[in-house]
Write a protein that binds this ligand. Structure first.
Ligand SMILES: [Zn+2]
Ligand SMILES: [Zn+2]
Length: 103
């Protein structure tokens, strides 16, 4: 056991709470060449979550194709190339038809 490290209290840059940076963690961070964490564990995981959300949100834009709803006739867009043989439904009609089991 390495005794050079002592548990220390750090202040979270996000929420301002004190959190413990344990000797084991310090050793781990030092081995990996990381600098001391600036945020408490909960803010770190929240941050990671936010990054993931952002990645999902601004991800590759889906190509939408213009189509006309076969049921109500309004203009809509679909995420696939409309096929003349298959009916295209707007989200409202799709939901309606799906609910009553027509599709
Ligand atoms: Zn925090
Ligand atoms: Zn419709």
């Amino acid at each position: 056991m390495n005794t050079n490290y002592k548990n220390i209290e750090l202040q979270c840059a996000d929420c301002g709470c004190d959190f413990e940076f344990s000797s084991e963690e310090q050793e781990f961070y030092n081995e990996k060449g990381f600098s001391a964490p600036k945020r408490c564990a909960s803010c770190r995981s929240k941050n990671r979550q936010r990054k993931n959300d952002r990645r999902g949100g601004t991800g590759r834009q889906q190509t939408r194709y213009d189509a006309t709803c076969s049921d109500c006739g309004i203009d809509t867009t679909v995420p696939f190339k409309p096929n003349q043989d298959k009916p295209i439904y707007c989200p409202d009609c799709y939901k309606k038809l799906k609910e009553n089991g027509s599709i």
